[in-house]
Design a protein. Structure first.
Ligand SMILES: [Zn+2]
Length: 215
């Protein structure tokens, strides 16, 4: 419910702060938030492997400590591991110190589990507080939001609808937001995402949009 209320405000707020919603390279970036998830992450990894495509995973520390092997597996498959947070809380509802602590704790958990030096961050709900942006800068993390969202967190959606939303207005340099986990969205939402992903990849293929990792 919170996400639905906040989604419309996320874009102007982030744009005002100059946070990126695009990648620099020719192509598009596919991104998955909120994992690793015991069912969603392996399923997504398998689809991506079969398609020979690399994606970006914005992980939550509290899920990484539950299943570090999935974070390691994601990394080993050549995908970009990035920071979402430790917990999944709206930064604007936290005190500045709590935001900084959560991001640092999340980064440490992910780096401990994977050995990766993190380079990118996206806050829960795509909304930064000033302290969140400052902390990203202090940790040398590039903020990256998205240009199209599958809105796969919604209870009443379908794989076809997710795929359409993710690709309809997508252009070169675009960033697609999807979720390989249902921890913070409607129950079993990742199953629809898993069904939508091949549809999205087929559409990218049809439009000759290559997939890239953000730099
Ligand atoms: Zn999230």
């Amino acid at each position: 419910v919170l996400l639905h209320l906040l989604a419309p405000t996320a874009k102007p707020f982030a744009d005002k702060l100059g946070v990126a919603r695009a990648v620099d390279q020719h192509g598009v970036a596919i991104t998955f938030d909120d994992g690793p998830h015991p069912e969603g992450t392996p399923a997504v990894l398998e689809i991506l492997a079969q398609a020979g495509i690399s994606a970006t995973f914005f992980l939550t520390g509290e899920q990484v400590v539950q299943r570090p092997h999935l974070a390691q597996q994601t990394r080993a498959a050549g995908h970009l591991i990035a920071l979402h947070g430790y917990q999944h809380k709206l930064q604007l509802r936290l005190k500045p110190q709590q935001v900084a602590d959560d991001m640092r704790r999340g980064a440490a958990a992910i780096e401990d589990a994977t050995g990766v030096k993190l380079t990118h961050h996206r806050p829960p709900y795509g909304i930064y507080s000033p302290a969140g942006l400052e902390t990203a800068q202090a940790l040398n993390l590039t903020p990256l939001l998205w240009s199209t969202a599958g809105k796969d967190w919604r209870k009443f959606t379908t794989p076809a609808r997710i795929a359409t939303r993710a690709t309809k207005t997508l252009k070169h340099k675009g960033v697609i937001l999807l979720h390989d986990a249902d921890f913070y969205s409607s129950k079993l939402s990742h199953r629809k995402t898993i069904e939508a992903l091949p549809l999205i990849l087929a559409e990218l293929n049809r439009r000759e949009l290559a997939t890239v990792l953000p730099v």
